[in-house]
Write a protein that binds this ligand. Structure first.
Ligand code: THU
Length: 132
């Protein structure tokens, strides 16, 4: 699966976002090393702090389905923003818990350009279990 296909899946899953408060749907597609793709969307709550972002939904769903650290190959994040939509800092920390620093993270914008970064680009000097 290439980055365009993965991003296409992230974009498609946007339709399932539950974002009645922000009206800012986000979709994520998480590629596993076995070729499985796990989707995630933001799931908001009237108590705003209970909201879960698309990236975390995808990671947590994968973990709930038995995937482990090291099983993750790439993630694509889609929204309809003018500039590339970056994962929030909480999602970066959750990604750092389960994914290797060199894992590709694909971002996109409303023009459908794709920016390829690594997790380490997004979260340098991450606090990990190695630091404890
Ligand atoms: N959101 C995500 O799902 N992922 C991000 O990386 C950025 C923010 C969601 C959370 C909330 O539902 C909405 O976007 C506005 O912040």
């Amino acid at each position: 699966m290439n980055k365009e296909q993965l991003m296409g899946m992230a974009r498609k899953t946007l339709e399932n976002a539950y974002a009645p408060y922000s009206k800012f749907p986000v979709g994520a597609a998480l590629l596993l090393k076995d070729g499985t793709v796990v989707n995630g969307v933001n799931v908001e709550n009237v108590s705003f702090g209970a909201t879960n972002c698309a990236e975390r939904t995808a990671i947590f769903t994968a973990i709930a389905n038995g995937y482990k650290k090291g099983d993750f190959q790439a993630i694509a994040v889609a929204g309809d923003t003018e500039d590339f939509l970056p994962p929030c800092s909480i999602c970066r920390q959750v990604l750092a818990e389960f994914c290797m620093p060199d894992m590709p993270v694909y971002l996109t914008n409303e023009k459908k350009d794709i920016l390829e970064l690594t997790l380490k680009d997004l979260l340098p000097y991450a606090f990990t279990e190695l630091d404890m």
